[in-house]
Design a protein around this ligand. Structure first.
Ligand SMILES: [Zn+2]
Length: 269
């Protein structure tokens, strides 16, 4: 599979009707027992979906997934919508899901929000109302065992994943890349986004205090979780391939689970 060559100085591919996509997400979520709330009330509100484990198991794990923080990355919200419709979550899983963190940006088909702020650089000192509301909502939730942030990269030669794993827990990165590789090329560059990479995996040695412009994943690692993956679909490939790559990455996590923590308990639906 070759790059399309549409992305010259930025994303040049398809845009989506985010209102329609979020409507589809809400319909699917309501059909499968999710609670839905407005994290940031607005003409295009930010929605938060939560669902408790469908049965009590020895190990209930808490999984958080977000998408759509950049308004020119349509594959994330579409992947979330597909996952909601398929409803194949393991039974012993408490779920938190933000299908689109930047609905205004999608309305403008651009990375930033209406005020021109990159919401994924706001998580240390938020100026944007969207981010302040999202942080307040996250603070009200319990800690998560695992967080997934779904993104796209317009420059990438294939899919890659960015792992934050400060306690050196068993990694899921190889399982994610293996599963995604069945449906999408992997970016095997030795440097991605200026960081050393190996077989589509970036493992930064990071200290959040050293960077002023925290992305969402830094806030999550600092306050809500000890294991986070940012999944990056390559947006110069067909949209269906990118959506499939993000769905496959999430499914890899659900299937591989965390040893002893039960993410991989019996599937339902
Ligand atoms: Zn992004």
């Amino acid at each position: 599979m070759q790059r399309l060559g549409k992305n010259i100085k930025g994303y040049g591919g398809e845009s989506i009707d985010i209102d329609a996509v979020l409507h589809d997400c809400v319909v699917a979520a309501q059909a499968h027992g999710w609670a839905i709330e407005e994290i940031h009330p607005a003409q295009k509100p930010i929605l938060g979906f939560t669902r408790r484990a469908s049965r009590i198991t020895d190990h209930t794990s808490r999984l958080y997934i977000s998408a759509g923080i950049h308004g020119d990355e349509p594959a994330g919200p579409l992947a979330v919508c597909q996952l909601l419709r398929e409803n194949a979550w393991p039974a012993g899983l408490d779920l938190w899901l933000c299908p689109c963190l930047n609905p205004e940006g999608f309305g403008l088909n651009r990375r930033e929000n209406r005020e021109g702020l990159d919401l994924n650089r706001q998580y240390r000192t938020p100026e944007a109302g969207e981010t302040a509301a999202h942080i307040a909502w996250l603070r009200r939730q319990p800690g998560f065992d695992l967080c997934l942030c779904l993104h796209e990269d317009w420059e990438a030669h294939g899919f890659y994943v960015y792992e934050l794993n400060p306690d050196h827990q068993p990694s899921l990165a190889e399982a994610i890349v293996a599963r995604v590789g069945e449906v999408c090329p992997i970016d095997r560059s030795q440097v991605i986004e200026g960081r050393p990479a190996l077989n589509g995996i970036i493992r930064p040695t990071f200290d959040p205090r050293s960077r002023p412009d925290w992305p969402e994943a830094f806030f999550l690692i600092a306050h809500q979780t000890r294991l986070s993956y940012t999944l990056e679909a390559p947006s110069d490939f067909p949209l269906a391939t990118r959506v499939a790559s993000l769905v496959a990455g999430v499914i890899a996590v659900l299937e591989a689970g965390r040893p002893g923590r039960g993410l991989s308990s019996t599937s339902e639906g």
